[in-house]
Design a protein around this ligand. Structure first.
Ligand code: PEP
Ligand code: MG
Length: 500
């Protein structure tokens, strides 16, 4: 039986048996008030101990763990729990009730970021409740695919060695669980399917599908692909004359860019920086982030895309439009602050800046001139300025673009505009006619860029699909920008390309 994935939070493909996350049962007998208070105090100590150990092991989660520590140590929590115990509640119920108030208020917020923090609080609750008893939140089973309502960060941290994939009913792209799954290369998807314990299940985020009881053919193909995958390490192979670039959305991702030895960053989605806040970042705050990124990349190139909002990327405090240029005209101050912070941070002269959702040369020139005016006004060096080619109109107007230093083709948006294929389903372009048509259109852009010496790359998701990447090389693309975890796929497609 085949199902659609509703949302992909972390990419990958995997096969395994379903295991449902155990829920903590409610049938705990209420002990004396003193005993319940003692249970709570011991649980606080155990939880803080656990967090301290994790802080050593999981450096990436340091901030997240500090916040957990703060919540557990909060004197108001203790006060509220003790009060509820005095009123006759068990320690477990007292913890849940005390946290529910905070959770309810966050859930009402308009901000996705704040809504996703609900899971972090639930994680604290679950940690404290687990530590009331000696039951551990750790599964000792053979590797499995986890099926859960909401994935808790502590669960994935404790069990990641055994988890082949995660299917959850709810979850969000900026949640800590997503970040952790990406770190461990665990596919994590949202889907509304009823599973039975031990169902054999295949997840493939490249095709956006989940299959229960897959056919023998699919299983054989899976084993072949996994073997292929393990043939390649997570390090870029030698790829002379071609560029392996990375798509990132935070400075944290840059560590993989360096570890896997990418040539640089082809797309830094800066809007994700703004999603982690409920207000616009100041010049100084942005400058620090960009400078850290630029310093980390050192001599490697890094291409920042000015914030690209609208569609599925909502930022509560910004007005969003579909057309890129409108977003900057409507949020003039943030655009100017962003450009200024980027130019100020450009200490290694290794940055380029590109604009999203451009439709015409007029729009590109308008933004380019705006950027150059800012650079001149403050005496900054002018970096390479380019555009994303991701709208139907830009494709139709390709011959107009004479001032661009580089073009990056964004197939996620482009395939939607051209063929009405939604971005989540872009990875399943196995319709040969559509793929051929897209390749023909990309070929026109390649010829144009070759003629005018314009650097060209592709940064949509399809660049991370081995067979399509191979076709892109064949028609003359020399730079692909993919999520860091797709390094193996780049290695494979490049190897096949030069051995053909
Ligand atoms: C694209 O549209 O292909 C792209 C890379 O940009 P985003 O996915 O951020 O819209
Ligand atoms: Mg796009």
């Amino acid at each position: 039986m085949e199902y659609r994935i509703k949302e992909v939070l972390s990419n990958g493909f995997s096969l395994g048996n379903i295991k449902k996350e155990i829920e903590i049962k409610d049938n705990i007998k209420i002990l004396s008030k003193e005993k319940e208070k003692e249970l709570f105090s011991n649980s606080v100590l155990k939880s803080l101990n656990e967090i301290n150990l994790l802080k050593e092991k999981e450096k990436d989660l340091y901030e997240y763990l500090c916040v957990q520590e703060l919540m557990i140590n909060d004197p108001l929590l203790k006060k509220s729990v003790f009060k509820l115990i005095d009123e006759g509640k068990s320690a477990k119920d007292a913890i849940s009730i005390s946290m529910d108030y905070v959770i309810d208020n966050l859930a009402l917020s308009n901000s996705n970021y704040l809504k996703e923090r609900v899971e972090d609080i639930k994680d604290v609750v679950s940690r404290l409740i687990m530590n009331l008893s000696n039951k551990k939140n750790k599964e000792k089973k053979k590797p499995f695919i986890l099926y859960t309502n909401n994935l808790k960060p502590s669960y994935i941290i404790n069990n990641h060695e055994n988890i082949l994939g995660v299917i959850a009913k709810n979850g969000g792209i900026t949640s800590h669980s997503t970040i952790i799954c990406k770190n461990y290369n665990i596919p994590y998807v949202i889907a509304d399917i009823e599973f039975k314990e031990d169902d054999l299940c295949y997840i493939d985020t490249r095709k956006n599908i989940i299959i229960i009881n897959p056919s023998l053919d699919i299983m054989e193909e899976y084993i072949k692909e996994k073997n292929e995958e393990t043939k390649y390490t997570m390090k870029a192979i030698d790829h002379k004359g071609y560029k392996f670039l990375a798509n990132v959305q935070s400075n944290n991702d840059l560590k993989y860019v360096l570890e896997y030895d990418f040539d640089g960053v082809g797309l830094y989605r800066t809007e994700f920086i703004f999603m982690n806040s409920n207000r616009a970042y100041t010049f100084l705050e942005q400058y620090e982030i960009y400078k850290e990124a630029i310093t980390l990349m050192d001599k490697k190139s890094i291409c920042f895309r000015t914030f690209d909002i609208g569609d599925d990327k909502e930022i509560s405090y910004l007005k969003a439009n579909k057309k890129g240029i409108d977003n900057y005209i409507n949020n003039k101050e943030l655009f100017e602050t962003q450009i200024k912070a980027l130019l100020e941070a450009n200490i290694h002269d290794n940055i380029s800046i590109m604009f999203p959702m451009i439709e015409s040369n007029y729009e590109f020139n308008y933004l380019r001139d705006w950027l150059i005016d800012i650079a001149k006004k403050y005496n900054y060096k002018i970096p390479k300025i380019g555009m994303m080619l991701e709208t139907k109109l830009a494709l139709e107007n390709i011959n107009e673009f004479k001032n661009v230093d580089f073009i990056s083709i964004g197939t996620n948006d482009l395939t939607f505009e051209l063929y009405n294929i939604e971005r989540e389903k872009v990875k399943e372009i196995d319709n040969i006619k559509i793929l051929d048509d897209l390749l023909n259109k990309i070929k026109i852009v390649i010829d144009y860029c070759n003629k005018y010496n314009i650097e060209l790359s592709i940064c949509g998701e399809i660049a991370g699909i081995k067979d399509i990447a191979l076709k892109l090389y064949e028609i003359g693309i020399k730079a692909l920008s993919v999520s860091p975890s797709n390094i193996k796929s780049l290695n494979q497609s490049y190897t096949e390309f030069i051995n053909k």
